[in-house]
Design a protein around this ligand. Structure first.
Ligand SMILES: [Zn+2]
Length: 292
């Protein structure tokens, strides 16, 4: 099956998708309660072994330093007084321009990104508009409406704030949950099954976007449960999710979430996609199959 993917159009998709994920906004119910999760996400971008070893990265020196807040290629900034100021963003950019001393990706986290004043925001916008390979931005906020729309539009939004008003079909949630559970157990042999499982139910671009939205909510719920981020979850199927996804390592949940959001955003901004090719790519990426 992998041979089918090796055509030009497929590589064009892969290239476009890769370009689209150098900056993230995390909208969270509480920055403090969510910060362990944010750090886990940063580890995903920095530590090469972190994901191949699932959660067994405890002895990794890089991740240890990240936990201790001593890792030079992870920069964290937060408001200096009431605001994040332009000088802080400029200092950050200068430091990042020195390149990694550890030969890893460089990541910067901006806590309370909504507290950037106008000149800091504009300075960051210029930086995000011209992304350098190997540098990733993570903006964290409890209030995304105060972030410049021009910055928002250049970032992938990952929200841990669960929307509860929408209607969900129990059967559909069970299906999607089992898709994730299956993904976590099987690898290569599951490619055709995964793709057909998805495309049998979700056929059009809009339907796939909707399914990705639901997968995003399911995973966000499980992350909330695992990290005890939000005590009151209003989502009606938490027990189903917990029972099926409880065994999935947090690294894997983050990995799935990132891919789902990236593909969803790509679907939203790109009309006239070849859905079949895109879903091939999706299944390959989410199954972690290396295609050279
Ligand atoms: Zn590690």
């Amino acid at each position: 099956m992998l041979d089918d993917f090796k055509d030009n159009e497929f590589y064009e998709y892969a290239k476009n998708l890769k370009q689209y994920y150098h900056a993230y906004i995390f909208e969270v119910p509480s920055i403090q309660a969510s910060f362990k999760f944010i750090l886990a996400f940063a580890k995903m971008l920095i530590c090469k072994d972190h994901y191949t070893n699932h959660d067994k990265c405890l002895d990794c020196n890089i991740c240890h330093l990240i936990d201790e807040n001593y890792y030079a290629d992870l920069k964290i900034i937060e408001p200096d007084g009431t605001f994040i100021k332009k000088e802080q963003i400029q200092t950050l950019e200068q430091e990042l321009s020195l390149k990694s001393s550890n030969d890893t990706n460089q990541v910067y986290i901006i806590k309370q990104a909504d507290k950037m004043n106008a000149s800091a925001s504009n300075s960051l916008l210029k930086f995000i508009e011209e992304p350098e390979p190997g540098i990733y931005a993570i903006l964290v906020t409890e209030n995304k409406s105060s972030i410049l729309p021009t910055i928002m539009s250049r970032c992938n939004l990952i929200t841990l704030n669960i929307k509860s008003q929408e209607k969900y079909e129990e059967e559909e949630i069970k299906n999607l949950v089992s898709f994730l559970a299956f993904l976590n157990k099987e690898k290569e042999n599951s490619l055709p099954y995964l793709k057909s499982k998805f495309l049998d139910i979700y056929k059009t671009r809009d339907e796939i976007i909707e399914a990705f939205n639901k997968l995003e909510i399911i995973i966000s719920n499980q992350i909330n449960i695992k990290y005890e981020i939000k005590n009151e979850l209003n989502f009606p199927f938490c027990d189903i999710i917990k029972a099926s996804l409880g065994d999935i390592a947090i690294n894997d949940l983050i990995f799935y979430l990132e891919i789902i959001i990236r593909f969803k955003n790509y679907l939203i901004i790109t009309p006239n996609l070849n859905i079949n090719l895109l879903m091939d790519r999706f299944v390959i990426e989410i199954s972690r199959i290396e295609v050279s």
